[in-house]
Design a protein around this ligand. Sequence first.
Ligand SMILES: C[S@@+](CC[C@H](N)C(=O)[O-])C[C@H]1O[C@@H](n2cnc3c(N)ncnc32)[C@H](O)[C@@H]1O
Length: 186
Amino acid sequence: MKKIKIPSEYEQWIDSSGITFLQSLGMNTNYFVLDFGCRHGTYTIPAAKVVGNDGRVYAVDKDISALDTLMKTADELDLENVKRFDSSENIHLPFDTATFDMVLLFDVLHLVENRRSLISQLYNVLKHQGTLVLYPRHHEEHMQMSLDEVIKMAERSGFHFAMKTYKQLMHDDQLIQDWVLIFHKH
Ligand SMILES: C[S@@+](CC[C@H](N)C(=O)[O-])C[C@H]1O[C@@H](n2cnc3c(N)ncnc32)[C@H](O)[C@@H]1O
């Protein structure tokens, strides 16, 4: 009897639901996207599918082996629009001012020591009218901040808060529901 392989949640995310998730946040064809703290590419790979051949996704992480895994996946899927940048604990983004249409900051803010510096750098590399999508998982237990305080922190770096939206998303390779924050650079 022929065996039918049922795709895992993660495979479905990479192939379809991750794509519609990012499109629902405003990501579009030809976008230049920065995925800061991308790990093995849960958001980078669907983003590369959304932006297409003329777009780019810059995948930034300090974890070399996670980036190796991500680039192997991108290679297997023929996604030539994924570019890797190996970061360090002391974050210095090498991109020009106003490079990106969208920045993804998913589940990483609590791990960064100098959050204000990171958010200011992200503001700088975003284009005018660009979007920061922030998923501040663990903001309460690791940052001792409410969602409103996280919003105020981003606003202090110049961002305009657009909305918070309750979404199904991927966390540690599992689907969960949580709040995602959307900001714009005006
Ligand atoms: C919990 S994972 C989130 C991965 C991915 N954004 C997601 O939501 O699936 C956090 C990632 O941030 C990275 N990270 C933490 N501090 C960093 C720093 N200073 N510079 C670059 N990456 C960092 C970690 O190496 C890790 O891969």
